[in-house]
Design a protein around this ligand. Structure first.
Ligand SMILES: [Zn+2]
Length: 336
């Protein structure tokens, strides 16, 4: 089957170049399968654009990866889970390479501590020398320069916010890419999302990110930053269609989300229910905290060491609060 570009009309009605049928596709889709003859096409000439892709693992492998992950993390509670939604996406993500040069200056404040001898009179005519310390602030002028090439992932969609996206974006920087072939995604029943963000917008976003990163670094090196000037230049952009599989599963009437790196099949981010055994564990830690806080009251009565009692009370109450909070939470998040 040859891949070809179909003619697009207003409202995303496409005409199949193979059988001539016209039909509607979702406005978000870049690629589609003709529902009459099975022809696979795209709304844009992707090869002319030089777009790239990261090869996806099969949707079967992604589902297997979810099952293994849930089995491992939920143990016996796994049998009560059920996949209620599963879909594949090819998400357009730009990688923008920026050459950023920043010059900054300011000052840094440090505290110096100095020891000095002091003569002490004991009131009985004798005297001796003791060492004392004093602290005072010192100021250093700081100036520096950053000159480096930075890579930033920029989402090619305006509103495609999905669970795990931020974690996934980082994976794109280390992906093996090849020319985009939408058929590879369509064969996995994955949806190819169309590109909404123009290169001009990518340039502005990447340069802003480089400036912000350099400024934050300069601020971390100074107590007060006087000047910070970044000169940046966009060196290149490339657009990679990165595969992701997202799923929802149910456990005891509630649903939880999972995102899978479609390039490796690894879990990117997952919501997990708090199973009964975990709740019991947290509750026990909570009671231990209450016991510690109570016992520390006894130390408080011992006026020689009140600090021990106070510290133990604070730790005990903190532990109790945190544990009971965890024990009653609806879910927890795990990152891959
Ligand atoms: Zn057709």
């Amino acid at each position: 089957m040859r891949l070809s570009q179909a003619q697009t009309a207003v409202g995303r009605t496409v005409k199949c170049p193979n059988c001539g049928a016209t039909f509607e596709i979702t406005p978000d889709a870049l690629a589609y399968v003709c529902k009459y003859c099975g022809w696979m096409g795209s709304t844009e000439d992707v090869s002319a654009k030089g777009w790239l892709m990261a090869e996806p693992v099969s949707s079967a492998k992604a589902q297997q990866s979810i099952a293994e992950f849930l089995k491992k993390t939920l143990k016996h509670a796994y049998s009560q889970t059920q996949i209620i939604e599963f879909k594949g996406l090819a998400v357009p993500i730009y990688i923008a390479q920026v050459h950023a040069k920043t010059r900054y200056n300011g000052y840094r404040q440090e505290t110096r501590t100095e020891s000095y001898p002091m003569t002490v009179f004991d009131g009985k005519g004798g005297r001796r020398t003791e060492m004392r310390t004093k602290s005072y602030p010192v100021y250093f002028p700081v100036e520096g320069e950053f000159d480096e090439i930075l890579d930033y992932p920029v989402l090619g969609r305006k509103h495609a916010v999905f669970f795990g996206l931020e974690d996934l974006k980082k994976k794109v920087l280390s992906s093996n890419e090849k020319p985009l072939d939408v058929k590879v995604f369509l064969n996995q029943k994955s949806e190819c999302l169309d590109v909404e963000v123009e290169e001009g917008e990518v340039k502005v976003m990447a340069e802003t990110m480089a400036e912000d990163e350099h400024r934050a670094r300069a601020e971390a090196m100074t107590t007060k930053l006087f000047d910070c000037y970044t000169d940046d230049q966009l060196l290149s952009t490339k657009l990679i269609f990165y595969p992701v599989y997202t799923a929802k599963y149910s456990y005891r009437g509630k649903s939880f989300r999972i995102a899978i790196d479609g390039s490796s099949g690894a879990i990117v981010k997952a919501e997990l229910p708090l199973t009964l055994s975990l709740r019991i564990g947290y509750a026990m830690a909570g009671y231990a905290g209450v016991a510690l806080a109570t016992l520390s009251g006894l130390f408080l009565l011992d006026t020689n060491e009140p600090i021990v009692g106070i510290v133990a009370t604070v730790i005990g109450l903190g532990l109790a609060g945190w544990s009971f909070f965890k024990a009653t939470a609806e879910q927890r998040i795990k990152r891959g």
